[in-house]
Design a protein around this ligand. Sequence first.
Ligand code: UDP
Ligand code: MG
Length: 318
Amino acid sequence: MSKPKLAIVIPCYNEEESLPNTLKKLWEYKIHLIEKEKISPESFIFLIDDGSEDNTWNIIEKAYNDSNGRIKAIKFTKNFGNQNAIFAGLKMIKKYNIDAAITIDADLQQDENKIEEFIEKYEAGFDIVAGVRKNNEEYGFFKKLSSELFYKLINALGVNIKPNHSEFRLVSKKVLDMLDLYRENNLFLRGLFYELGLKTAYVDYSIKERAFGKSKFSFKSLIKLAASGLISYSTRPLRIIFFLGLLIAITSFVIWTVTIFVEIVLNHDINAIEPYEIWESFISGIQILSIGIIGEYVGQILLEVKDRPRFLIDKELK
Ligand code: UDP
Ligand code: MG
């Protein structure tokens, strides 16, 4: 049986420090897999320069020139973000008739030696093989806590995604074909792949510390990703607002009825004004919060309706 043609897809944003080492390691590993007859010799590495401002593209061009066509790349016109970069990579490799693609980060924090296990699962019939982070020590306290909270929250909102799985993932050609059917602008890949309903296997790996450079995710971009994951895959916050409104309406009706009964019928002054004021400021807080939540959904609808391109390609190395 012929061996699968694999594309290793790597999003890169200002990765000049990491890339030389990463490319060397992955290149060697690719050759190792070819020699072991695990993948086809036509397998290649595909890099997406997500609008880097540093030397990343020069490094990519040089690697491309030395690779005899086994390193390919695109360069975005500007930074479109990690999710769009991965998505673009998966779209662009389709024309090379690959059998499967693996996405991995440019800093090689994920254990590339696990790729062989991913391929074995693929050969066993799984269309998606997702890496699951087994250790968290390399993450700071805050990142650990926020990641845990995020997975708890998103699962509580009915989105059933496996905790601690990352963008270290193998997908089959079938998955790439299905991706074409998804037109959404607001990408949250961990949710999207789960949506497909295909046979998924999980492979545990230990995350390493970032060896070169700094994380390219700012606090702001992490919050944005978490929010877009929640908004894209759950409308439950809107329903919670509805029931909260109902609950508050019923409660105020009860308070109102009791007050009238006690003050007018029993003629007993219970001085309800002060508790009422506290109650009212609480309600206005809830109202503003609710409007905010609805606003997030409306904003998302606006972006989806505009249907702007998810990425723009400035250069391509085929
Ligand atoms: N990345 C990207 N665009 C961005 C931010 C990050 O393509 O706007 C890439 C980055 O180069 C890396 C991967 O996404 O290959 C994961 O980023 P990073 O390692 O900085 O994230 P962390 O591991 O800290 O969560
Ligand atoms: Mg990283």
